[in-house]
Design a protein around this ligand. Structure first.
Ligand SMILES: Nc1ncnc2c1ncn2[C@@H]1O[C@H](COP(=O)(O)OP(=O)(O)OP(=O)(O)O)[C@@H](O)[C@H]1O
Length: 239
């Protein structure tokens, strides 16, 4: 069962600037939340705090002690250059001293469209292929909490669309926080859209409605297109 996550933050200051304001963030169990906001507003900082990759400042409280339940997918693919694709996708199990499930690894590699490239090293793959490999590795971990920082930013538009559809299916039932610059990506995948809005004293969360409950939503759905236009306008106002 996927856990919920709650984070109470005091004002976060970095480099002498107020980045995130004093706020409470709740991420419901088994739901996908997209986190948007202008560049530099503090989205990755918030995600790193949730992941335990940044130490919590005094006065902060994270109601989610289970970092062992968390899979992380960042902007960089973090593939190990000396391992082939299959070795990279099964790295987590190997590091834990477990026998990797090669059947599942091969199936995930096929699902992300990299069948036949199992023996390729990262240097032999394109940026988009490496990002797909990183998605397969993240899903291989089969964790109930998945934190993703612009996971599809490096791939071309058709591949991104396909990976979003794939990810929506494979991430269903997990507690997912997805940082993205792309309002359409947020609206296709997320049960909830949260915008970090710049403010004096640090950015604050702003809820945005999503059309309907079932994901992935169709990009051509008029309700999705209208919500995308609204979100784009809101983000442009903040930039
Ligand atoms: N360790 C640090 N020391 C000082 N400043 C930092 C540190 N980490 C982040 N910052 C600053 O905090 C702000 C928020 O950074 P963050 O990466 O969280 O933004 P973001 O919303 O994810 O941006 P982007 O969309 O461009 O990736 C930026 O102004 C950044 O320069």
């Amino acid at each position: 069962m996927a856990p919920s996550i709650g984070l109470s933050l005091p004002r976060i200051r970095l480099g002498g600037r107020d980045i995130i304001g004093s706020a409470r963030f709740d991420f419901a169990a088994g739901r996908t939340t997209a986190l948007l906001g202008p560049s530099g507003v503090g989205k990755s900082t918030l995600l790193r705090l949730l992941a335990g990759l940044l130490p919590l400042p005094p006065g902060a409280r994270l109601d989610h002690s289970a970092h062992a339940l968390t899979a992380w997918m960042g902007q960089q693919d973090l593939l190990l250059p000396w391992l082939d694709l299959l070795g990279n996708v099964t790295l987590g199990a190997r590091l834990r001293g477990q026998r990797p499930d090669l059947g599942r690894a091969r199936a995930l590699i096929a699902e992300v469209g990299l069948q036949g490239r199992e023996a390729a090293r990262p240097a032999e793959l394109s940026g988009g292929m490496r990002q797909r490999a990183a998605l397969a590795r993240t899903l291989m971990e089969d964790r109930p909490v998945v934190l993703m920082d612009e996971p599809f930013s490096a791939v071309d538009a058709p591949t991104r669309h396909r990976l979003q559809t794939l990810a929506a299916g494979l991430l269903r039932g997990r507690t997912v926080v997805l940082v993205t610059h792309d309002p359409l990506e947020a609206l296709r995948l997320a049960d909830r859209v949260l915008v970090l809005r710049p403010a004096a004293g640090g950015a604050l969360p702003e809820e945005h409605p999503v059309p309907g409950t079932s994901t992935p939503r169709a990009a051509q759905d008029p309700a999705v297109m209208a919500a995308q236009a609204t979100l784009l306008e809101r983000l442009a106002d903040m930039a």
